[in-house]
Write a protein that binds this ligand. Structure first.
Ligand code: ADP
Length: 541
């Protein structure tokens, strides 16, 4: 028997319509690349998004077309998110931190029809454009006054196009399974792979994220995504913040500690989100000026493991809770977020900190399991570690333009190694390719890094396996000291005593001025291994 309830497709456009209708006077504040701070309301954003839909139609962009963006977090990028998906086209966020050859490869693979870009990427676009035959128009996301001088004929101007169009557009009723967005993984091994999100997966992901035990978003929040809108859709915040009518603060290109602190305090930000490196920089700035954030309450940290020392410092010094998040491009990206259960409320401090340092548990809509090499499920006892597999409503089924399914019996293999405890809390011990394999035992590089970073003199640390004649691999710590701090190799090694088994204590420590990061702000162990290819351990020199 069929039910007799309305069948309304879950559409991205409906999020903007809701925000404008019920939160019309809520602000969106953007730090622009042109320098000024831009402010408007959801009602205005909705009207301009409709004008942009008319612009897209005028440029002959229709359902299924891929529309590239090379842009920071800002109001025009937000308008593109909604207008492009709203008309049934696919918003394809490109990561401007990649090399120009990689960007050209991705644009060509996606066959983008137009690309919208921020002024700061002008020279990048000049380099990439001649290699991208599918792109009919390159559109500068700025107004006439800021258009580059010699651009006539080469580039179109966003605001010129907008001013010619009416601010009314009737969003079509699309099938909810239609593609709405496209995002490529950074491709540390092999070519980048495209993940094609649907309206349905995007809306369900946003609905899951706003829940109290996930991001706990509400109309009383002021949300600053310090994760770029070109990195897995800023973890969905441009959708979930509008869904609840939270004030949105978009930081543009400035993700350094000083800029973030200023913007947080000026705009009354209550919740932010970003990779650990951003928050390490934020804390270093606050330490330098001996200050605290005044309104910030919660920060979502993920993308790579958040050092427990950072969590504790935010809690003790600023009263700000860090919520540890694990996700992937293939998961839209949220897989787990760490929040406590009722029974954990009265845990002694040390146990509570240990629990909160894990990557958290999945919301409804995501299922996790860990398996051994034979593909058999391992117990969820918080001890057994295995390959992490996932399935759910916002998990990839297959990569864009690929005939081959990456799934294993309906589950997506994440490439991470993890354990899961009886309450469902996930602990990522490593990416399988970063695990240090020593004498048949596995050593978690994340655990070694967390211990190094809990030393007061260390700002950032990476653990990698280096060749060893007897043990196959042994761990090496590569560390950056805090400005003005001092520590020796012996100090750092002594810091491991009593914290982990003796055989997993690193063999050596190398100090460097800076560690290499990927285009999404994570430690690049690939580059680090290449850089240290000549390095020999003390006992094999
Ligand atoms: P890329 O593979 O392009 O870096 P993602 O940004 O999607 O793409 O990265 C996903 C990976 O990042 C995960 O598979 C995991 O290895 C790592 N990761 C994400 N969040 C965390 C976290 N909180 N702790 C440890 N690792 C994490």
């Amino acid at each position: 028997m069929n039910a007799q309830m309305m069948q309304m497709p879950l559409l991205v456009s409906s999020i903007m319509t809701h925000a404008a209708r019920y939160h019309g006077d809520t602000e969106i504040v953007s730090q622009t690349v042109e320098g000024a701070v831009h402010r408007y309301t959801y009602a205005e954003a909705s009207r301009r998004t409709q004008a942009l839909a008319n612009v897209l139609a005028r440029l002959d962009i229709g359902p299924g077309d891929r529309v590239g963006t090379l842009a920071w977090n800002g109001f025009r990028h937000l308008e593109l998110y909604y207008a492009v998906s709203g008309i049934g086209a696919v918003v394809h966020t490109l990561n401007p931190r990649l090399f120009s050859e990689q960007i050209a490869w991705i644009v060509n693979h996606a066959r983008d029809t137009v690309v919208f870009f921020d002024l700061s990427f002008l020279s990048l676009v000049e380099a990439v454009a001649p290699q991208c035959p599918s792109v009919r128009h390159w559109i500068v996301m700025t107004d006439k006054a800021h258009m580059p001088a010699d651009s006539s004929g080469k580039f179109l101007c966003y605001e010129d196009l907008m001013s010619a169009e009416p601010q009314h557009y009737d969003w079509p009723d699309l099938p909810e399974t239609m593609a709405s967005g496209l995002c490529y993984t950074s491709g540390t091994t092999g070519n980048p792979k495209g993940v094609l999100y649907s309206h349905r997966s995007t809306v369900l992901h946003a609905l899951a994220c706003i829940q109290p035990d996930v991001m706990n978003l509400s109309a009383r929040d002021v949300v600053l995504p310090a994760v770029p809108m070109f990195h897995v859709n800023a973890w969905g915040l441009p959708y979930s913040a509008l869904m609840v009518g939270a004030k949105l603060v978009l930081p543009g290109p400035n993700l350094d500690g000083a800029s973030l602190h200023r913007l947080c305090d000026d705009e009354g930000v209550t919740l932010s989100a970003g990779v650990p490196t951003v928050w390490l920089g934020f804390r270093q700035h606050l330490q330098k000026i001996q200050s605290k954030p005044s309104t910030l309450k919660r920060v979502l940290v993920g993308g790579s493991a958040c050092p427990p020392s950072l969590m504790q410092a935010f809690d003790d010094e600023y009263g700000v809770s860090i919520l540890h998040l694990w996700g992937m491009t293939e998961l839209s990206p949220v897989g787990t977020v760490n929040t406590l259960k009722l029974k954990h409320q009265d845990l002694p401090d040390a146990q509570r900190h240990d629990l909160l340092a894990k990557q958290g548990r999945p919301p409804f809509g995501i299922e996790l399991k860990i398996v051994n090499d034979a593909g058999e499920s391992l117990p969820t006892d918080g001890q057994a570690a295995g390959d992490l597999l996932v399935r759910g409503h916002w998990v990839l089924d297959r990569y864009y333009e690929s005939d081959h399914s990456p799934l294993r019996e309906g589950w997506f293999p994440t490439g991470d190694v993890a354990n899961i405890d009886a309450d469902g809390y996930l602990l990522i011990t490593d990416r399988s390719k970063d695990i240090i394999k020593s004498g048949g035992e596995w050593i978690s590089s994340i655990e070694l890094e967390n211990i190094a970073m809990s030393h007061p003199a260390i700002a950032e640390a990476a653990a990698i396996g280096v060749r060893h004649p007897k043990w196959d691999e042994r761990p090496l710590i590569v560390a950056v000291k805090k400005p003005g701090a001092d520590a020796t190799r012996e100090d750092i090694l002594a810091h491991y005593a009593g914290k982990i088994a003796k055989w997993s204590v690193p063999d050596d420590v190398v100090f460097v001025d800076e560690l290499p990061h990927t285009a999404t702000g994570k430690l690049s162990k690939l580059q680090l291994r290449q850089k240290l290819s000549e390095y020999r351990l003390p006992d094999s020199r």
